[in-house]
Ligand binder design. Structure first.
Ligand SMILES: [Zn+2]
Length: 383
């Protein structure tokens, strides 16, 4: 069955699909890799224009985050307020380098709209603004604060303090990262994420004449790498993967240099501490090789809590009233919700449904998107 665009139009409560698509095209065609601050700014500028058109007050915060305050949220940047604002988190950066549009142009095919950053998470930004417009100036008590950050895809180093400060004065946090791939599932928990690098410095020597005078950094790396991978504990929800390895120079030299990098995901803080302690206590097998470990847990786990499940239950009921079945899942990937879930009720996955985050087939499902915009509208109005 084929749909003409008008079959897919959401009702008058949210923006027509044509307008969602127009806004999405505008953001997707502004490529915004995390590494290019000016390119990320260009996306933030467009969104700030949308916020201003709705009479939000807009601010540039330290570290490159933009803040948009709707309704009474303005009064609550000082923490003495009675009603706390609803905080919504979004990011303007993507994992895609400049030039990606040449290979992956913005395009619609049937029910899918493709493009770099469409699903993660420019569609989330566009859907959020459609939902805000649908409120038509009727904001909840306490108002709505939106943060549009520049560096989520590289660990949110600069935006983390701003996010945590905003979360401390908020009563609820909604994250417009996309729902779980190819589903109507929100994200009710996320693993904590860590990255480590292990650097090995051995002793170079001629591989044929005097190998005994050398100490191989690569052999040492091989020992350490297997020990590190053995720290994984599937039953406890802990994954450990060496995703990068380099070393040596010329094949006839005992290698003096090697390095590998490790991706770690944990379901609990206790597991994060266990891995961190094990990484810090790595010692070389060959005493002539120097071993240095850097890195650590950069996002704490977002543990599935009763508060989050109460928020999810609200969302599930709203979705049922809108005619679709909403589910929830704990996922391995981190988001800025990991920073807030420990101290304020947080619900994630309220962006645009689709599939292919960080992959060539990244897309949004047009047949499902309007339902999710309506759901977000209902939550912004009612929470
Ligand atoms: Zn994202």
């Amino acid at each position: 069955m084929t749909h003409s665009p008008s079959d897919l139009l959401p009702d008058t409560e949210s923006e027509p699909l044509a307008s969602l698509l127009r806004d999405l095209q505008q953001l997707v065609e502004l490529e915004s890799p995390s590494s290019d601050a000016l390119a990320v700014c260009a996306v933030q500028d467009v969104v700030e224009g949308w916020a201003r058109a709705m009479h939000a007050s807009t601010h540039s915060l330290p570290g490159g985050t933009r803040q948009f305050l709707f309704g009474a949220a303005e009064a609550h940047t000082d923490p003495a307020g009675s009603e706390r604002p609803l905080l919504v988190l979004a990011h303007a950066d993507t994992v895609w380098p400049h030039g990606t549009l040449d290979q992956m142009p913005f395009r619609t095919e049937g029910n899918r709209v493709y493009g770099p950053g469409s699903y993660d998470m420019k569609g989330g930004i566009v859907g959020l603004f459609a939902a805000l417009r649908a409120l038509d100036g009727q904001y909840p008590a306490g108002g709505i604060e939106v943060l549009l950050t520049p560096d989520e895809e590289v660990g949110s180093l600069h935006s983390r303090p701003v996010i945590e400060a905003a979360a401390r004065r908020a009563r609820t946090v909604l994250v417009v990262e996309p729902p779980v791939s190819d589903s109507h599932a929100l994200k009710s928990g996320r693993k904590g994420v860590g990255q480590f690098a292990v650097e090995l410095v051995g002793v170079a020597a001629h591989a044929g004449n005097k190998p005994h005078e050398g100490a191989s950094a690569i052999t040492e790396a091989a020992h350490q790498l297997l020990a590190v991978q053995a720290l994984a504990d599937v039953a406890a929800g802990t994954t450990v993967s060496v995703g990068f390895l380099s070393g040596g120079g010329a094949v006839n030299v005992i290698p003096a240099q090697a390095r590998f990098e490790v991706d770690v995901r944990v379901s609990s803080l206790a597991e994060g501490e266990r891995i961190d302690a094990a990484m810090q206590s790595l010692r070389p097998h060959d005493g002539r090789v120097g071993l240095t470990v850097t890195g650590g847990l950069n996002r704490p786990p977002f543990e599935r809590s009763a508060e989050t499940m109460a928020l999810f239950e609200r969302a599930r009921q709203e979705a049922a009233a809108l005619g679709f079945a909403l589910t929830e899942e704990v996922v391995g990937g981190g988001s800025d919700g990991n920073f807030t879930a420990a101290f304020v009720p947080t619900l994630d996955g309220l962006g645009a449904p689709g599939d292919g985050a960080h992959a060539a087939h990244e897309h949004i499902r047009l047949d499902r998107w309007p339902d999710h915009v309506r759901l977000l509208t209902a939550l912004l109005r009612g929470l």
